[in-house]
Design a protein around this ligand. Structure first.
Ligand SMILES: Nc1ncnc2c1ncn2[C@@H]1O[C@H](COP(=O)(O)OP(=O)(O)OP(=O)(O)O)[C@@H](O)[C@H]1O
Length: 451
């Protein structure tokens, strides 16, 4: 990311400044934590106990976890902390890897003995498991008991340790974050909590049905639309783009995989297309990104040097630069997209930002780089799939429930909203609202009848 600097800035002692800034940032964030969020930090950092924490969408789980990771990095050596998640997308949000890749169990297609041999062969995985002091697992609900047991057996064997890693024995503390940060409207929060439990009463059903109305946003802003299928997302984005005057540019990602080119060197038995599809599923970066001046976009990267620019930051394309020429309105036909650098005005940043390409990578469970994508970290913000919206906060939101195929999608989509005043819900049907009884039983046991 290159920022257009309109003021003089000095780069002297940059490193020291960043370090001091990091500490200041930690202190600033720490002050904002709620009592329960602070309790989580205290249990891990001071009491050195293991814990499971959860809570409804928007209660600050990611906020707390990201702070906790930074705090841990300031206390422990980096290589002793395993930052993992059950899915690649969730792992990306916390700057970690998948639990399967991290522990070397891969897709669990090998026997116990073969997995051990494969880990012993890969020194970096072996060293990683040996040096591990703290393991973080985000979105743990998607890890089943079989996987957990397998990791337990593997790690105990590798570390010659009889101490079990089994869930019920290792989790010492349970914290449920109750305070809601994303939403303030008590009635809506209560309705969402019920949706999460698979319940909807007549009153809330009527309320949701009434949320299907036209909303005019200030400054002519458009809402982000959530759909349950990718097809609906693509149609929505292309339609919106066509409504804006001017030329559309297609920015093609530079994709690379081990299966590309010399096929005889591909020992991994996966085709180039298969690997690209694999990458595609775990990243928001598009293979073909369509942009034009005036288009609303989301930033898809967490900028290391500028904490104002994070995954999900909203902005508008205000121009393109090609060499020394800046285009603010029309771009001549002869100018090709690969020479263009988008200039974006982000909502929370005063100066305009020239966005440069970033690289997304995926490694296999043995740590071999399998596939990479070089692309602009931008995405049109008009339409997003519910699946990829997990973890996002979306202030101006429209949800289309027409093709919802999983009951959890309803809660995930609704809980992205900040204020129902700025939420439109289309094609809602009460029969889609369901919840897993086993999960409710578990939560009531662990958190003393919170539901
Ligand atoms: N202590 C806090 N002070 C200020 N803002 C907070 C705090 N905790 C969380 N937030 C804000 O609340 C919003 C929701 O937080 P976050 O995304 O961490 O919730 P979450 O529980 O992880 O949600 P989800 O389950 O939907 O992913 C974010 O905008 C976040 O910055």
């Amino acid at each position: 990311m290159n920022k257009r600097k309109y003021e003089n800035s000095s780069n002297s002692s940059k490193k020291i400044k960043i370090k001091t800034k990091e500490i200041e940032d930690l202190e600033t964030i720490e002050k904002t934590l709620s009592k329960e969020q602070k309790e989580i930090i205290d249990i891990v950092i001071n009491q050195k106990k293991s814990l499971f924490f959860t809570g409804p969408g928007g209660c600050g789980k990611s906020y707390t976890l990201n702070f906790l990771i930074k705090k841990l990095y300031s206390v422990y050596e980096k290589h002793t902390i395993g930052v993992t998640a059950s899915t690649a997308l969730a792992a990306l949000n916390i700057g970690g890897g998948t639990l399967h890749g991290f522990t070397g169990i891969g897709i669990m297609d090998k026997s116990f003995d073969d997995t051990i041999t494969s880990i012993m062969d890969k020194t970096f995985i072996y060293n990683r498991l040996m040096g591990l002091k703290i393991l973080i697992i985000d979105e743990i609900s998607m890890i089943n008991a079989e996987t957990f047991d397998f990791i337990d057996e593997i790690t105990r064997f590798i570390r010659s340790n009889d101490k079990p890693f089994v869930w019920n024995l290792i989790v010492e503390e349970y914290v449920y974050l109750k305070r809601m940060f994303r939403q303030q409207n008590e009635y809506f929060i209560n309705g969402l909590n019920n949706l999460r439990l698979g319940k909807i009463d007549k009153d809330f059903l009527k309320y949701v049905k009434n949320l299907d109305r036209e909303i005019t946003y200030e400054d002519g802003c458009e809402p982000t639309k959530l759909f349950s299928t990718n097809k609906e997302v693509n149609i929505c984005n292309m339609n919106k783009l066509n409504d804006i005057k001017g030329k559309t540019f297609m920015f093609k990602a530079q994709d690379w995989s081990v299966a590309q080119g010399n096929k005889s060197n591909n020992n991994y038995k996966r085709s180039h297309k298969d690997l690209i599809d694999w990458l595609d599923k775990s990243t928001l970066a598009e293979e073909n990104l369509y942009l034009k001046i005036g288009a609303d976009v989301l930033y898809l990267w967490n900028d290391k040097d500028d904490n104002r620019l994070v995954n999900g930051t909203e902005g508008k394309i205000v121009g393109f630069r090609s060499g020394k020429t800046v285009f603010r309105e029309g771009v001549p036909d002869k100018v090709l997209s690969h020479s263009l650098i988008p200039i974006v005005k982000f909502k929370n940043i005063e100066e305009e930002v020239e966005v440069k390409q970033e690289i997304w990578q995926k490694k296999n469970n043995e740590g071999v780089l399998m596939v990479t994508r070089k692309q602009l970290p931008l995405k049109l913000k008009y339409g997003i799939s519910i699946h990829k919206s997990q973890g996002m906060t979306i202030p101006m939101l429209e949800i289309d429930c027409k093709k919802v195929w999983q009951s959890e999608q309803i809660y995930v989509a609704f809980s992205r909203s900040v204020d129902p005043k700025n939420l439109r819900v289309k094609n809602f049907r009460a029969e889609k609202v369901k919840a897993n009884e086993k999960v409710i039983k578990f939560m009531n046991e662990k958190f003393k009848n919170i539901f």
